[in-house]
Design a protein around this ligand. Structure first.
Ligand code: PCA
Length: 323
């Protein structure tokens, strides 16, 4: 009796140790603040993984570029400094233009388009990232991108000379073609960049506009619905392989759920956040035909530039998308 109880306790203690030894904590850098729907979705993903693995894998989310600055996140996951991370997919367009397809103006302007574009991009991107030691877990689109200014914008000519906040090379090209003056600013720095006058206009989603309290420094939102860029969540392949099979499956399952949930969150955001912009005094404007045709012309030129750079891979992607 005494002996068996003694051994029972010892076995329980050993089992406890085994669990403690296996438990893993993954630091996960993300670029956007906690109030962002993408970040909320990632917190839920982390919770799902912890629950499904009984705490064997804890994902600790470091939001708003607090662990790594946004441009460093993909490199940090590639090098294994962190096992997992989130970033804006088109930041990798310098590596290969295919990464930037979802930031091309007026190529994919609705959620359906964005999903078809992702379907066309996915296998190419999987392969490119695989070669970098990364595995794609999931991707989620931002709401359609709109134009924020301090005055009514009726044509592309009205954008000339504006100090324009950008978030990637594609938007920088767009601003240049519109005659504006681009400056790269990360989301957490938006309020300060506007209040100090470094920038005076931007193109981004209703989400980022509302979360940045755009009404503090801007007056007009023109709903141009220009593109739906994506965030991607990737894992370092070596880190992933180190997990036991059950944990790997739990991560993949939680990722699939996060992709579906994130898409729904994104769709819901659009109207909700436009309403918040309006409630706070932003004038929400339907774009004029003149403005739209001018912007579409810029988009068409950018698509030509992109095709020239993206070569056969780009052509195959466009083919798959336009089918
Ligand atoms: N918000 C992010 C990316 C796209 C978006 O809607 C940003 O403004 O940087």
């Amino acid at each position: 009796m005494f002996v068996s109880r003694y051994f029972g306790g010892a076995i329980a203690a050993l089992a406890g140790l085994a669990v403690a030894a296996q438990a893993d904590t993954w630091d996960m850098p993300t670029p956007y603040p906690d109030a962002t729907f993408h970040t909320a979705n990632i917190h839920q993903f982390a919770k799902d993984v912890a629950e499904a693995t009984d705490g064997a894998l804890e994902i600790k989310v470091h939001s708003a570029g607090s662990l790594f600055k946004h441009p460093e996140i993909s490199k940090a996951v590639r090098s294994g400094q962190v096992p997992i991370g989130e970033f804006f997919l088109s930041l990798l367009a310098n590596d290969n233009p295919v990464f930037g397809a979802d930031s091309l103006p007026f190529l994919a302007t609705s959620y359906d388009d964005a999903e078809r574009l992702w379907a066309a991009q996915k296998s190419v991107i999987d392969g490119l990232l695989d070669a970098q030691g990364l595995m794609v877990l999931y991707a989620v689109p931002w709401p359609p991108q709109g134009l924020y200014t301090t005055k009514q914008i009726d044509s592309v000519a009205d954008l000339a000379g504006l100090k324009f906040r950008t978030y990637n090379a594609t938007l920088e090209e767009f601003a240049n073609l519109a005659g504006a003056a681009p400056t790269q600013v990360e989301v957490p720095d938006i309020p300060q960049a506007f209040s100090t006058g470094r920038v005076e206009a931007m193109i981004t989603s209703p989400s980022t506009g509302a979360n940045s309290k755009a009404w503090d420094f801007l007056s007009h939102y023109t709903d141009i619905q220009a593109w739906l860029p994506k965030n991607i969540i990737v894992v370092n392949k070596r880190s992933f392989r180190r997990l036991d099979e059950a944990t790997q499956n739990a991560v993949l399952k939680a990722a699939a759920a996060a992709e579906a949930r994130g898409l729904e969150m994104s769709k819901k955001e659009t109207d909700e956040k436009v309403a918040i912009l309006r409630e706070n005094g932003i004038t929400v404007v339907e774009p004029s035909e003149e403005l739209m045709s001018g912007l579409r012309e810029i988009g068409a030129q950018m698509l030509e530039n992109w095709k020239a750079e993206a070569g056969d891979e780009g052509a195959a992607l466009l083919d798959a998308y336009q089918k």
